[in-house]
Write a protein that binds this ligand. Sequence first.
Ligand SMILES: *Cc1c(COP(=O)(O)O)cnc(C)c1O
Length: 386
Amino acid sequence: MTKIFDEDMSAAFGTRAIHAGQRPDPLSGAIMTPIYQTSTYVQEALGVNKGYEYARGKNPTREALERNIASLENARYGFAFSSGMGCLDSIMKLFKSGDHFVVGENVYGGTYRLFDKILRNYGMTFTYVDTRDPQLIADACTSATAAVIVETPTNPLMRLTDIRAAADVAHTHKALLIIDNTFASPYFQQPFSLGADIVWHSSTKYLNGHSDMIGGIALVNDDDIAARLQFILNASGAVPGPMDAWLVLRGTKTLHLRMERHDSNGRTIATWLANRMGESNVFYPGLESHPQHALAVKQMTGFGGMISIETGSRERAASMLERVRVFSLAESLGGVESLINQPAGMTHASVEPARRAELGITEGLIRLSCGVEDVGDLIADLEQSL
Ligand SMILES: *Cc1c(COP(=O)(O)O)cnc(C)c1O
């Protein structure tokens, strides 16, 4: 169970991003945490060891990552997993058959697929609601509700949930609030300060930021939940390898710098797109025309680089995707390079067409992950592709 070093909570965000959870290597003084590429640890005698027995349970590189992100999220415990979905799957093992969950209707396609195609078979039940309205969350809660599961902002429509209001509703019903904080990152949104009980990420995205690994991480404050999650992590075994843990740890050292640039590029591009295509066709919480801009300003300190646009038809979307030169046509997001995709055919292909239509994920919708390139080149690329 990886608990953060107490002193790692005191410095400001950028300093913690670089230093929290890490100590110079005791053997050599190496400033970078070594990649402990090992499956097992030699024990001194029967029952005498250095706290490490087998690497599924504990690995020092992984522990440094867990402490680092826990510090950035202002949580006490971190648990790293082999993917975002592996992380959520392990979180859901905290619950049992018969438990009910109220889930945002616009969550990541893979989250919906895990719930609808797998966990439903194990007797868990899910009600999907528009969590923009906390009253709809309350209306869906029953005496069996064990957790409210929210992603904010959502992928790809950039809809927001009031985390404080959702926490109040969940806690009134003795349920936990679980937040997917992948899109905002801890740099722009701190769900624990707004009442969340479990925060998780696909670390594949902004936390790593360099598009070179797949990973997930869960953060918690409660001792009992932490102990159970540690048990699940070891028992179910969806752990990341030390190299992948190290890559995220390398990534978080520049998280604050990257997020500032994603945000300034995102704001500039969203404003340009709103002028070019009309405000109603651009979905970005940083725009004053976004219906939840006031909430965005209240619970986030920046808006990042994720923007969706409605081009009007599949043909227009396809022609734009073919013409881009700086943006790359690919799934995923949150890396230093700009990506573009069509959610209906790519990231949200696992959501049934009828459900996609209900949610507003049209064939003409395009999602941009604005990277940290020079913004003039990104705008010129979008201009020529439109
Ligand atoms: C990518 C993503 C996930 C899934 O994470 P993986 O690392 O791909 O397993 C979950 N939630 C959001 C918001 C994501 O963008």
